[in-house]
Design a protein around this ligand. Structure first.
Ligand code: JFZ
Length: 556
């Protein structure tokens, strides 16, 4: 008699290992698709907003039959755009399962289509060799143990509106579906939670489900929307690219127009240029871009989306080395854009221009050559003591983002220290600032200090938890006059140099477009390398204030 002992021992996969592919991939496809595509409305939210009666929304399951859906074509579109992974809505807030689940009749299996779409998507991703993950909404507005369905939306969704007695039943249901998603489809690389805001992590038992998922799928990544930021593998800023330095991996999710689902009335499509700029900005910030498509009711992708994905793919054919496997440059190297680093190369992504000779500072390692990606043109490099000057011929500019590859003589070394200029003044410009912020809230736009190229200023001073920071060299002990160039105004700006902090009154200028210099009282500075930090002196909106530069001038 042969006894076969089977035991699954899940080997812990440490964060640094399991996130490596994600950090290198940089770019993925988000897919929001369900019965709602038949009405051309947003996923789930029309229910909550009482725009569509529940009976009418849920009746969509009776007609959903995407006969033209071809998972391989969808995945090919993603691969051709340069996307390395795909996140698919297995279940949105409406509770409709796009997979064959034994725990609910409200699923794709009970539609005229009657086939497991999640299975098809996973198979196509595995066949194409890209990673695959499931968007899964914790909140389930269909399930009678989650929501008091006797109440009209938006009532009935909150914990306090529903008796505790059914909550355990719902958790059994929710965990059952998660277990199905983690055991029926082979290797899964991401669980992209959403919909956590109507309960707490304790009520969701997020720690338990996080552990269950990791035991069933060793190496899987889980985002922060089960409300456990500290154990999440990545943060999820939504519809924006954070500008500050982040404390953990992050992935910006974004739509091409403004709707996650298929919406033929939403014509606010971002151009391919804007989408590529967002890709460069996410890579330049050390994050990923998850760009969304919402398939039509027949399963195909609308032309406005496919044409833009083609445009991104064309750019990626010539520029992917400046995206995949790169890290963000630790120092702002030039004013016109962002920089990525890979091996002994630095890539300058021009989000604006380049119109005139470009000044590159903060790079210690000698540059051997400068080449424009795509055209292959070698461009001349002007070298000065602590900076480089490059000029990109107009004909070499890319219609989306021009990237100049600097080939270095060795390992990239950066110099964050701003030195006094030829006149001895220490000038700290907006574009050289490091922007620091609190943890980005995954959904609501946590207004950060951001750098606005058009004003060439630091704007959005709306949260005193954010600050701008420079590292500079103070040549000698003594008194220095502090000057700032700014527009608009703010009642007080806190300036910290080393360990001393002073409040700078910044009277409002009479015109937020012009800017003016303001010389303040002097401060005593000690010689050596100093960190200069600036933050709003109070909370509240200061959308009128734009800081262009701070400078220190020695007073003999
Ligand atoms: C969430 C979903 O609601 C949305 O449909 C989409 O799936 C997106 C990726 O994730 O977006 C949210 C969630 C919560 C809020 C706003 C957008 N909220 O609480 O304001």
């Amino acid at each position: 008699m042969i006894v076969i002992l089977s035991c699954s021992v899940s080997v812990p996969v440490f964060a640094a290992d399991r996130t490596q592919w994600f950090k290198e991939a940089k770019f993925g496809m988000f897919v929001h698709w369900g019965t709602y595509s038949q009405m051309g409305i947003e996923a789930s939210w029309p229910l909550f907003q009482n725009l569509v009666p529940v009976w009418e929304y849920e009746a969509l399951a009776r007609t959903f039959n995407p006969v033209k859906f071809n998972a391989d074509e969808l995945v090919r579109m993603a691969v051709d755009a340069g996307m390395k992974y795909l996140i698919f809505t297995s279940k949105h807030h409406d509770g409709f399962a796009m997979f064959d689940t034994e725990f609910s009749d409200y699923s794709i299996m009970n539609t005229p289509y009657g086939k497991d779409i999640v299975q098809q998507v996973v198979d196509a991703c595995h066949k194409a060799g890209i990673r695959v993950g499931f968007y899964f909404s914790l909140c389930d507005w269909h399930h009678p143990s989650y929501r008091d369905t006797s109440k009209p939306f938006p009532a009935g969704c909150k914990a306090e509106e529903y008796p505790e007695k059914t909550w355990d039943d719902f958790l059994v249901f929710m965990r059952g579906q998660l277990r199905e998603l983690c055991t029926k489809y082979g290797k899964i690389d991401v669980i992209w939670f959403d919909g956590g805001w109507e309960r707490t992590a304790e009520q969701w038992q997020s720690e338990e489900i996080d552990a269950m998922i990791r035991s069933l799928q060793p190496g899987i990544l889980i985002n922060n929307r089960h409300l456990l930021d500290e154990i999440a593998d990545f943060g999820t800023p939504e519809q924006f690219v954070p500008v500050g330095k982040q404390k953990k991996l992050w992935e910006s999710c974004m739509t091409i127009n403004n709707t996650w689902a298929y919406n033929p009335r939403d014509h606010r499509h971002k151009s391919a240029k804007e989408l590529v700029q967002n890709l460069s900005r996410t890579a330049g910030g050390g994050g990923n871009l998850l760009l969304n498509v919402g398939p039509k009711p027949d399963g195909t992708i609308q032309e406005e989306f496919s044409s833009r994905l083609d445009g991104i793919g064309t750019w990626m054919e010539q520029h992917s080395e400046s995206i995949y496997g790169t890290s963000p440059a630790p120092v702002s190297l030039f004013r016109e854009g962002v920089s990525t680093v890979r091996e002994n190369s630095v890539y300058l992504h021009f989000l604006h221009g380049p119109d005139s000779p470009v000044n590159v500072t903060g790079l210690r390692t000698p540059v051997e050559s400068a080449v424009v990606l795509g055209t292959g043109s070698r461009i001349s490099i002007g070298r000065e003591e602590t900076s480089l000057t490059i000029s990109v011929p107009y004909e070499d500019r890319n219609p989306c983002v021009t990237v100049v590859k600097l080939a270095l003589s060795g390992e990239p070394e950066f110099d964050p220290i701003i030195k006094p200029d030829k006149t001895g003044i220490i000038v700290l410009p907006a574009w050289k600032a490091d922007i620091w912020s609190g943890d980005i809230s995954y959904v609501l736009r946590h207004r950060l200090i951001s750098y606005s190229y058009s004003e060439d200023a630091l704007i959005d001073w709306n949260n005193d938890a954010d600050w701008a920071e420079w590292t500079c060299e103070i040549p000698q002990d003594g008194e220095y006059s502090v000057s700032i160039k700014y527009e608009g105004g703010i009642s007080s700006l806190m300036l910290q140099v080393g360990n001393n902090e002073i409040a700078l009154p910044v009277p409002s200028t009479n015109n937020v477009t012009a800017y003016r210099g303001q010389v303040f009282k002097t401060v005593h500075l000690s010689s050596g390398v100093q960190k200069v930090k600036v933050r709003s002196g109070e909370t509240g909106e200061h959308i009128s204030f734009g800081l262009r530069e701070i400078s220190f001038d020695f007073v003999p």
